[in-house]
Design a protein around this ligand. Structure first.
Ligand SMILES: O=C(O)CCC(=O)C(=O)O
Ligand SMILES: [Fe+2]
Length: 269
């Protein structure tokens, strides 16, 4: 059933994705992670194709990464290991079971971050994060109860807006803003938008081509969510890191490849 729904909508919304015990464990692990020096909030990993002003992210994991300072590779590996050992066992078994139900095996985690979106952050343009050929998926888990006033992720049902993707070239991102402005499209968007209320323990799943955006944060709290980037294909990302002046992590580049090493894109994913 969820398979058909996912094919049609290109997103799924899960209520109570995590149980009470998992939620408690997640709270504890996030607290532990946030006390680490590499859990710094950086703008360097933000999606460069959409408007972000105060949004930052902490980098919890990259499947493949590189850094100019080879002596620090082990330190970063140790940092990622905290997520591998403590965070992923809480969340990934659930994610894997959903993907199995959708018919996708051999799932690989490409990257994990935490987003921090401050009060006053404007909404992004409606966009999608990748190319269909990349076969990437995104799972977001809010780290507190959320509501649309905080600008929670808006997902747009592909049944109503999917055809709009064909109206522009894959990487013609500059057209993003204008293509939503005519009256007919606005009507479709109203129909297509999901009910973006997510409580702590809920989750959303969408894919490379799913139209979505972060909304305006009109509340007085920092919206916070866990973001997993996954693939079942041979897509490979290589994230290049450098260190901030205060010893934190920042991303300087990220390349995306098909399994045969032909490049899909360079830039920030
Ligand atoms: O803020 C959100 O909920 C979504 C963020 C997003 O889609 C992006 O940064 O690409
Ligand atoms: Fe996005």
């Amino acid at each position: 059933m969820i398979k058909e729904q996912f094919e049609e909508q290109k997103y799924l919304q899960f209520k109570d994705f995590l149980n009470e015990d998992e939620k408690n464990k997640l709270t504890q692990v996030i607290e532990e992670l946030e006390n680490h020096k590499f859990c710094n909030k950086t703008t360097s990993v933000n999606n460069q194709y959409v408007e972000n002003t105060g949004r930052t992210q902490a980098i919890l994991f990259s499947e493949n990464f590189n850094t100019q300072d080879v002596t620090l590779v082990e330190e970063i590996r140790d940092w990622f290991k905290i997520s591998v050992d403590k965070l992923f066992p809480i969340v990934l078994p659930k994610v894997e079971s959903v993907f199995r139900e959708l018919g996708y095996d051999n799932l690989r985690l490409l990257r994990t971050t935490v987003h921090y979106i401050p009060p006053g952050e404007p909404h992004q343009s409606i966009h999608h994060d990748g190319d269909a050929l990349e076969k990437t998926f995104f799972v977001s888990i809010p780290l507190h109860d959320t509501n649309p006033e905080q600008g929670t992720t808006e997902l747009y049902n592909d049944k109503y807006v999917g055809h709009i993707r064909n109206n522009y070239g894959i990487y013609s991102w500059s057209k993003l803003k204008i293509m939503w402005s005519d009256t007919k499209t606005k009507e479709l968007l109203k129909k297509a938008k999901n009910n973006n209320v997510y409580n702590y323990g809920d989750a959303i799943l969408y894919r490379d081509i799913t139209f979505h955006r972060g909304g305006t944060n009109n509340s007085n709290i920092v919206r916070k969510f866990l973001h997993f980037f996954l693939t079942y294909s041979d897509t490979k990302w290589v994230d290049y890191y450098d260190f901030t002046n205060t010893g934190g992590l920042k991303m300087i580049r990220s390349d995306s490849y098909f399994g045969d090493r032909s490049k899909i894109s360079s830039g920030y994913n």
